[in-house]
Design a protein around this ligand. Structure first.
Ligand SMILES: [Zn+2]
Length: 255
């Protein structure tokens, strides 16, 4: 097969590494299976965030000590390896000075490499080797990060009031979906909540606490006598936690 036939596959993995991308997950809501779309940050961005995660900030022990930011040495080592590989690829195709971010280096590499492929300067063996390389980079990051899980929040969105909406695929579902790569039981690191109706987004532990606060505020407006602000832990218990049954391979959609 001519190497140019693999360009799309190559761009797919470059996109997963360097861009916000979507994947479909199957969730169960009151016994019914539903396919919903999740938006993920670029894998390299997720890895960079993992380096500076506040390890141990569990809901139960969200005191001062557990809020300290610590460097995750293992994630840092992974990140440095990825950064080095991106610079190496960049230098294979140009004499220009590498960019500061691995994302830029990889995207630039892809453009130059694609030109070489289209100019028929790349053998099938080289193409296969690059595909293996890029897939290995994505796999290394994905196995470092915990698999994503999805939770649906049953409370209406505190920003726009929507309880349900149509997602990007036109599937009708609850408005707020929380994507989490739970490292530790009920840890709120690597967590992102997003409303499909108004696109409001809440990130990580601070964002989840903010979301809880906003939901409480809007509930208090409706029930002026509601004085029992729920803890974040209760939010997880009361929000109709939905377990992700299976996660399909990310499908990239370009616009
Ligand atoms: Zn909203």
């Amino acid at each position: 097969m001519h190497p140019s036939n693999h360009l799309e596959e190559l761009l797919n993995v470059v996109d997963r590494l360097t861009r916000v991308h979507k994947s479909e997950v199957l969730v169960e809501d009151e016994g019914k299976e539903q396919r919903v779309t999740m938006l993920h940050d670029a894998l390299i961005v997720q890895l960079r965030m993992a380096v500076h995660s506040s390890l141990g900030s569990t809901v139960q022990g969200a005191g001062l000590a557990s809020e300290r930011n610590v460097i995750d040495a293992d994630a840092l080592e992974h990140y440095e390896a990825i950064r080095g590989q991106a610079v190496k690829l960049f230098k294979e195709v140009t004499d220009a000075k590498p960019f500061a971010s691995p994302e830029s280096n990889l995207r630039h590499w892809y453009i130059e490499f694609k030109n070489q492929v289209n100019a028929r300067k790349v053998s099938a063996e080289i193409m296969a080797a690059k595909l293996r390389k890029l897939n290995a980079m994505a796999y290394a990051i994905e196995s470092k990060l915990s698999p994503p899980t999805a939770l649906e929040i049953t409370a209406p969105c505190p920003r726009c009031g929507a309880t349900h909406g149509n997602d990007e695929q036109g599937v009708y579902r609850r408005a707020i979906l929380v994507e989490s790569r739970i490292v530790e039981y009920r840890s709120l690191d690597h967590t992102k909540a997003r409303c499909i109706a108004c696109s409001a987004t809440w990130l990580h532990g601070r964002g989840m606490r903010q979301l809880r606060y906003e939901i409480d505020q809007s509930e208090e407006l409706r029930h002026a006598d509601n004085e029992n602000a729920e803890s974040i832990e209760q939010m997880f218990e009361n929000c109709g936690t939905i377990e992700v049954r299976s996660i399909s391979l990310p499908k990239i959609e370009r616009h």
